[in-house]
Design a protein around this ligand. Structure first.
Ligand SMILES: Cc1cc2nc3c(=O)[nH]c(=O)nc-3n(C[C@H](O)[C@H](O)[C@H](O)COP(=O)(O)OP(=O)(O)OC[C@H]3O[C@@H](n4cnc5c(N)ncnc54)[C@H](O)[C@@H]3O)c2cc1C
Length: 395
């Protein structure tokens, strides 16, 4: 493990910091959370800005238009952009973090030539159509059918929890192409243009009140066979490639955000009073805030360990699963502590009486969704138990 930065890495950081210092003041203000057209334009606009400066697809190989940054440079990129409060790639995360990398690893030359520039330049937004009402953790039970008819698959079925499905151009999707085969064997991975006739996207409202994910219904949707990535019925293997990218470094930026949240919580506690004393005077609460800060430091060290391993071996491996579980548990802990500090102000997701309570309350909700998204904590614990600790497989 090497936790020190080289001179080249320090130079990369300085150059990036300078660029962020120049470009961030020129950006307007972020659009309203529920103005989807404006948010799409904002997120894709930021990707385009990154592309013009050579930072889009930071860790994608150079030959496919990325910057070819090493895992350590990638970590520096996440650290610097978060600390500078730069926009996140936002809705473009599916394309940039896992659909694009899956295409690089598995797609045909034609598919790469068409789709990769669209993602990198911020022209095309992607969503992920994996989960179904009866196939989440047990993803291989998916039932959305793709029946071969000439040069097309005719798709019928339903997906759910499709983040940003209502504003996406393309969907990385799993369909069942052989219902007779064992469940992991009869699946194919396919690119579905979201404007194809027969697709009905119905937004779902989250507990935070946002409509950021959807149910998507498919009624005789014709998609060319040429859109399949990988061989017919080999989609489970391709999906595992996608999930390995999804569980890689996707949540690292949130650690830095959470560090800021802890600092904000400390300030909050120092100013808010209850029964004549500030919340900060409560030693038990102070201890819990301190524990959250220490746990975040430990998680940052784990992140650097994972990055160091990826730099040497090319893989984050189960370190990614360990990170996800530890981070999710910590986020729950921080959310609970925040609710105790906020006291009555925790009842409103909107800031009340000039207090910055809203971000802590929405952060608490966010923690709940994070223990489900990209593999639930229980399922990730199974993976760690079986693959790291060598415990018996669940039946
Ligand atoms: C914010 C958010 C965004 C999402 N975005 C997308 C998206 O864009 N595209 C997409 O396809 N999906 C998306 N999902 C769906 C997500 O992948 C699934 O919710 C997740 O895989 C869990 O599946 P499920 O909801 O069907 O729960 P289930 O699989 O039904 O699980 C229910 C409970 O049973 C537990 N459980 C299940 N199996 C086991 C087991 N073997 N051992 C122990 N416990 C088990 C789970 O941990 C959980 O507590 C998103 C989810 C969230 C929360």
């Amino acid at each position: 493990m090497d936790l020190l930065y080289t001179a080249e890495e320090q130079a990369f950081r300085a150059e990036l910091r300078e660029w962020l210092g120049d470009v961030l003041p020129t950006l307007g203000s972020e659009p309203d959370r529920e103005d989807w057209a404006a948010r799409r334009a904002w997120d894709l606009g930021w990707t385009a800005t990154l592309h013009r400066a050579g930072y889009s697809g930071i860790n994608w190989p150079k030959e496919f238009g990325g910057r070819g940054a090493t895992p350590t440079e990638h970590l520096i990129y996440i650290e610097e952009t978060e600390r500078a409060h730069a926009p996140y790639i936002g809705m473009n995360f599916v394309g940039m973090l896992h659909a694009g990398p899956t295409l690089i690893a598995e797609a045909s030359d034609e598919q790469k030539a068409f789709h990769l520039p669209g993602i990198l330049e911020g022209r095309h937004l992607w969503c992920q159509g994996f989960s179904e009402p009866n196939a989440g953790s047990d993803l291989a039970s998916l039932r959305t059918r793709g029946v071969r008819d000439g040069d097309d698959y005719v798709i019928n079925g339903q997906k759910i929890w499709t983040s940003f499905g209502h504003v996406a151009d393309y969907c990385e999707m799993l369909i069942r192409t052989d219902p007779e085969a064992p469940k992991h064997k009869g699946i194919s991975w396919i690119i579905v243009p979201m404007d194809t006739p027969g697709i009905d996207v119905r937004p779902l409202r989250t507990m935070e009140g946002s409509t950021e994910f959807c149910e998507v219904f498919f009624d005789d949707v014709r998609v060319p066979v040429a859109n399949r990535v990988g061989a017919e019925n080999d989609g489970w293997r391709v999906a595992m490639v996608t999930l390995s990218f999804e569980r890689g470094t996707a949540f690292v930026a949130d650690v830095i955000k959470s560090m800021e949240l802890v600092r904000a919580l400390k300030e909050f506690a120092q100013h808010v009073t209850s029964k004549g004393a500030t919340r900060w005077e409560d030693a038990a609460l102070r201890l819990e805030i301190g524990k959250c800060a220490a746990e975040l430091d430990a998680l940052w060290a784990l992140t650097k360990r994972n990055i160091s391993q990826a730099q040497r071996t090319g893989l984050v491996g189960v370190g990614g699963n360990v990170f996800k579980v530890a981070w999710t548990d910590l986020r729950h802990h921080l959310g609970d502590v925040a609710m105790r500090v906020l006291d009555r102000a925790s009842l409103s997701i909107e800031d009340v009486a000039g207090l910055a309570n809203g971000e802590h309350v929405s952060g608490r909700f966010f923690a709940l969704s994070m223990s489900i998204a990209a593999g639930t904590s229980q399922v990730n614990r199974n993976v760690i138990g079986e693959r790291v600790l060598g415990l018996p497989k669940e039946r």
